[in-house]
Design a protein around this ligand. Structure first.
Ligand SMILES: [Zn+2]
Ligand SMILES: [Zn+2]
Length: 158
């Protein structure tokens, strides 16, 4: 986990140290990510794998991250014919990453990391399959916790 090469080109403020892991705790992650390498993907595969309308992802060089624990992988063939390995916890099912067979770059799933507020996507890809309602979520009712809890204002600037 060397930061030296990155520091030559980038200011420290551009680098976010992240940590996290899967729901059951068998897999843990530590990594360094550049703010500019955080994206949200709205493709239909991300929607299906995650069960969510989109998935935020950190694009990280393999030398700048450390994953411990056994990660299961599902091999997916993309539209363009490339193999993508989808890493997840075989015990609790949490999505951990996607990578190519050469394992040089990992797309770490932001949802399994603790720095939620800092990990702001700088770009949104596959916007063609994003649901229209996403633009209007601040107009829906928001509750602090479950549906019978206190009603709150939607996130600011959200
Ligand atoms: Zn797990
Ligand atoms: Zn996607």
């Amino acid at each position: 986990m060397g930061l030296r090469n990155l520091n030559c080109e980038k200011k420290m403020t551009d680098i976010i140290n992240v940590n996290g892991g899967c729901f059951c705790g068998k897999i843990t992650i530590r990594a360094h990510v550049l703010q500019e390498n955080i994206v949200a993907c709205h493709c239909t595969d991300c929607q299906k794998f995650s069960g969510a309308p989109f998935r935020a992802t950190l694009i990280i060089d393999a030398t700048l991250m450390n994953i411990s624990g056994d990660v299961c992988e599902y091999s997916k063939i993309t539209e363009s014919g490339n193999e993508r390995l989808q890493g997840f916890c075989g015990n609790c099912g949490t999505h951990i990453y996607a990578t190519s067979p050469d394992r040089k770059i990992y797309n770490i799933r932001a949802g399994c990391l603790e720095q939620h507020n800092e990990l702001v996507p700088v770009s949104h890809i596959f916007g063609q399959s994003s649901p229209d309602w996403l633009a209007n979520i601040s107009k829906a009712k928001w509750f602090r916790k479950g549906p019978t809890s206190e009603e709150i204002q939607p996130p600011k600037n959200g």
